[in-house]
Design a protein around this ligand. Structure first.
Ligand code: GLY
Ligand code: MN
Ligand code: MN
Length: 445
């Protein structure tokens, strides 16, 4: 495979056109590819492309640089990438090289990285504005200053460098927030693969196994379906480990009468799934586990069913807090006056994270939440946005303020939801979620 075959080249070109349309005349924009990161000595972590760069190019090699030049009459998309090198390619893998990159990825011009430092000052010369996501790559930040100073050093020859440097990340982030049909197809597929992995994990769970053995089942199912890497480190948390939100040690054994919380998703063609399920290790929920699970599920359903264009995370969060507060009162985990508890945000003692987040090329995807002075997320949902909805309740073993029977229970349920014209589409379709569905699946495996 050379070019990205899941999203057409024309879509990447269209994204660059949209970005060009937002650039002022006589400006230049730079987007840098990711770098390989050393794991140890001469081995590297699996390469992960910079997501803004990927969004605008579909090009998946490290070290490349996209330059968008907008002049008075014409605009050009230029790529700098690694040159072809038979010796390097024998050792480290094929490179596309500038010639093929130009035809396969639809750039106006392509050059090798070796040509970058000579050409960039020429492109910058005479431009009024430089649009650049600074603060991501310190070495490139320095190099940009060098290119600018090269131009400035030629002031006596009448050459001028951009006087404004504008952070262009927000512009791309707003574009990324609204998914295209092609992106949504990939995200549906990433969810189907990740859902199958969660099902497999439920089927393979048994008392005495290690958490990492269940992690291996997830990774197996992701990879064999083309999601070669997890979108983030899988959380496989038995019992009280579920009360550590970003638990990734995954090294304990699974015990009878405990729950297992799994938060895991595969990355497909760059796009993340982010799914959580919580289920009993022995296949049957205890009474206490049922109460907490059912309450989280009810809260999640209330939030999901409220999703439609114009709704906000702030509204969903208020509805979820009402459900959780009412339920915790009934169970005797909270006590006092309902309205007072709502005003005090008392449920946040047990629901200790946000309700959800944007999802896309990044698992915590980009895009402004429009947070107001009360820290409420007021952004109105629009068709094409994808988010997670993931309420949870966490009662650690160390919480001596609640009856002992509740301690050590941690439950989160997380689905991936697309906003549609009519309301919503739940992308997380093939993972058991009700108590009956989970117990039935585990009874038969
Ligand atoms: N898996 C990270 C999260 O749910 O936000
Ligand atoms: Mn998650
Ligand atoms: Mn999430």
């Amino acid at each position: 495979m050379i070019a990205n075959t899941l999203i057409a080249q024309s879509e990447f070109i269209g994204r660059r056109e949209s970005f060009f349309a937002k650039m002022p005349i006589n400006s230049l924009a730079l987007f840098a590819a990711g770098k390989e990161v050393t794991r140890s000595n001469d081995t590297e972590f699996p390469f992960c492309q910079n997501k803004n760069f990927y969004y605008l190019t579909g090009f998946n090699e490290p070290d490349a640089l996209l330059v968008l030049v907008k002049g008075n009459e014409k605009q050009e998309a230029i790529l700098f990438c690694r040159e072809k090198d038979p010796l390097q390619e024998v050792w480290h893998g094929r490179r596309i090289g500038p010639e093929l990159a130009q035809t396969e990825f639809g750039f106006d011009q392509c050059f090798t990285l070796a040509e970058r430092d000579a050409l960039l000052p020429q492109y910058l010369e005479g431009k009024a504005e430089l649009h650049y996501c600074h603060g991501v790559d310190a070495a490139l930040d320095q190099q940009v200053l060098v290119w600018l100073s090269v131009v400035k050093s030629q002031a006596k020859q009448g050459k001028t460098a951009p006087t404004n440097i504008v952070d262009c990340a927000p512009v791309v982030h707003e574009m990324r927030l609204l998914k295209s049909d092609a992106e949504l197809d990939i995200m549906r597929q990433a969810n189907r693969i990740s859902g199958a992995a969660h099902q497999r994990a439920m089927e393979k769970t048994a008392i005495g196994k290690f958490e990492y053995q269940i992690e291996a089942e997830l990774l197996h199912e992701f990879a064999r379906n083309g999601a070669r890497h997890p979108a983030y480190a899988s959380i496989v948390a038995g019992g009280d480990n579920a009360n550590i939100l970003h638990y990734t040690d995954n090294g304990d054994t699974l015990k009878d009468n405990e729950l297992l919380l799994i938060d895991a998703g595969g990355e497909l063609a760059g796009y993340a799934a982010d799914i959580t399920r919580t289920f009993p290790v022995n296949g049957r929920f205890s009474e206490e586990q049922k109460h907490i699970y059912q309450l989280v599920l009810q809260a999640q359903e209330v939030a999901i069913n409220a999703i439609k264009p114009g709704a906000t995370f702030a509204e969903l969060n208020a509805a979820v807090c009402e459900v959780l507060t009412g339920g915790l009162l009934e169970l005797g985990i909270l006590s006092g006056d309902f309205k007072q508890l709502i005003a005090e945000k008392a449920c946040k003692k047990y629901f200790i994270h946000g309700l959800g987040h944007w999802l896309g090329l990044d698992v915590h995807d980009v895009g402004d939440y429009q947070i107001d002075e009360e820290r409420q997320q007021r952004r109105k949902f629009e068709p094409g946005m994808v988010m997670t909805i993931e309420p949870g309740l966490y009662i650690p073993l160390t919480d001596t303020q609640v009856d002992e029977k509740w301690r050590g229970i941690g439950v989160r349920i997380e689905d991936n939801i697309l906003v549609t014209e009519q309301g919503f589409e739940n992308l997380t379709v093939n993972v058991p979620k009700s108590i009956e569905e989970i117990e039935a699946l585990m009874a038969n495996s």
